[in-house]
Design a protein around this ligand. Structure first.
Ligand code: GTP
Ligand code: IMP
Ligand code: MG
Length: 332
C-alpha cells in the first residue's frame, strides 16, 4: 500500500491517531503527512506506555526511519507546532509546506468571541474557522511569512511526489471526519473545510490517481463533540452505564454518544472511496477483546457485527482495534 489516506467516517475522534500509530510500528513508512483543518484535531497516540495528544504533528512520529510533513491545506498554530516538535523529538525530520495557513491570536479571539461559532457551531475555539475565513479572503499569513518556522519550510507536494516516484510508502493522515465536512456534513454544524479523502490528497498536493488505499476509520459506537444532529443519541447516564464516556482531546468536553449507525458508515465509505475499514474500540462492546491480536479470538457475536458492517458498506473491515495502545490490533 504505497500511498494510503486515513480518514474519519463519523464525527471525529474515531481513533485515526491510533490506526496511524499501529501502521507506524508495523510497516516501513517513508513519510507521514498531516491533512485536515488544523489544531482543532486531537489525535491520541499510546506507544511504549506513553500517551501523546497531538493537534498538528503526524501520529507516526516515533517511526525513526520516516519524515513527517504538514500539508499546504492545513492551518498551523506556530506555538502548538513548536511544542509538539519538542515533545515528539521530531526536530530535523518534520517539514511544513510554505503555503500552510497560519493561525494568530486574533483568529482564536474571533473564534471564542463569536456567539455563532461558540454556541451554534460549537467550535473548538482554536481559531480554525476565522483563519480559513481569512484564507478565503486571501489575507491570511502563510507559513513562509513566519521567521520562527523558517527552518521547517519546504514544498511538501514536491517532496511527497518525489517519494512516491521513488516507490516509497506514504501515509496521509486526515483529521476531523466525513460528517464534519463543510460540503458533505451536517451543515452548519461542521468544520470550516471539506474533510474527506479527496481534500486530504489535495491538502498535501498529491493527485487522486496516486492514491492506492483509503482507510475509513469507524468507532464501534458513534461520538460527537459540540452541536449538531446525532441519530440515536443516548442520555449521559446511559453513556456512562455502557462505559462509552469520552472527553474531547482539545476541549475536554464530554463527547455525546450513540450506537453504531450502519447507514452513516455506508455513506462515509462512498464519500471517501474507501478500500477498507478500520474499526476501533471493539473492546468497549466486547470486553473480552481488550488487547487481543488474534482473529481466532473474536467471539461469534462480534464477528456478526463486523460482517454486518461489511455487508452494508461493501468493503472489508481489515483492521480491528482492541485497545488504545499502538500494538492492540487484529489484522484480517
Ligand atoms: P480527531 O482528529 O480529533 O478526530 O481524533 P482521532 O480520530 O485521532 O481520535 P482521538 O484520539 O481524539 O480519540 C480516540 C480515543 O479512543 C483516544 O482516547 C484513543 O486512545 C482511544 N482509542 C482508539 N482506539 C481504541 C481502541 O480500539 N480501544 C480503546 N479502548 N480505545 C481506543
Ligand atoms: P471547528 O472546526 O473548531 O470550527 O469546530 C466545528 C465543529 O467541528 C464543532 O462541532 C467541533 O466540535 C467539531 N470538530 C472540529 N474538529 C474536530 C475533531 O478533530 N474531532 C471532533 N470534532 C471536531
Ligand atoms: Mg480527536
Amino acid at each position: 500500500m504505497p500511498v494510503t489516506i486515513i480518514c474519519g467516517g463519523q464525527f471525529g475522534d474515531e481513533g485515526k491517531g491510533k490506526i496511524v500509530s499501529y501502521l507506524a510500528q508495523n510497516t516501513k513508512i517513508d513519510a507521514f503527512a498531516r491533512a485536515g483543518t488544523g489544531p482543532n484535531a486531537g489525535h491520541t497516540v499510546v506507544v511504549d506506555g506513553k500517551t501523546y495528544k497531538l493537534q498538528l504533528v503526524p501520529s507516526g512520529f516515533f517511526n525513526e526511519e520516516s519524515v513527517s510533513y504538514i500539508g499546504a491545506g492545513m492551518l498551523i498554530n506556530p506555538d502548538i507546532f513548536l511544542k509538539e516538535v519538542e515533545v515528539t523529538s521530531l526536530e530535523g525530520r518534520i517539514f511544513v509546506d510554505r503555503h500552510t495557513g497560519v493561525i494568530e491570536q486574533d483568529h482564536i479571539d474571533r473564534d471564542r468571541g463569536s456567539q455563532h461559532l461558540r454556541e451554534v457551531v460549537g467550535s473548538t475555539g482554536t481559531g480554525c474557522g476565522p483563519a480559513n475565513e481569512d484564507r478565503a479572503k486571501r489575507v491570511l499569513k502563510l507559513a513562509k511569512d513566519i521567521p520562527e518556522l523558517s527552518k521547517y519550510i519546504c514544498n511538501v507536494s514536491d517532496e511527497v511526489n518525489d517519494i512516491i516516484d521513488r516507490g516509497g510508502t506514504v501515509i496521509i493522515e486526515g483529521s476531523q471526519a466525513t460528517f464534519l465536512s463543510l460540503l458533505h456534513g451536517t451543515y452548519p454544524f461542521v468544520t470550516s473545510k471539506d474533510v474527506t479523502a479527496s481534500t486530504f490528497a489535495a491538502d498535501i498536493g498529491v493527485g487522486p490517481t496516486r492514491i492506492d488505499e483509503v482507510i475509513v476509520v469507524l468507532k464501534a459506537y458513534v461520538t460527537r463533540v459540540g452541536t449538531g444532529p446525532l441519530e440515536g443519541e443516548l442520555e449521559p447516564e446511559e453513556i456512562k452505564k455502557r462505559g462509552w464516556q469520552e472527553y474531547g482531546t482539545v476541549t475536554g468536553r464530554l463527547r455525546r454518544a450513540a450506537p453504531f449507525d450502519f447507514e452513516l458508515a455506508r455513506k462515509a465509505v462512498r464519500l471517501n472511496g474507501a478500500t477498507s475499514i478500520a474499526l476501533t474500540k471493539i473492546d468497549l462492546l466486547y470486553p473480552e477483546l481488550e488487547g487481543v491480536q488474534e482473529v481466532s479470538k473474536v467471539p461469534p457475536a462480534a464477528m456478526e457485527f463486523i460482517q454486518k458492517i461489511e455487508d452494508t458498506c461493501g468493503v472489508p473491515v481489515k483492521y480491528i482495534s482492541t485497545g488504545p495502545n499502538a500494538k492492540d490490533m487484529i489484522v484480517r
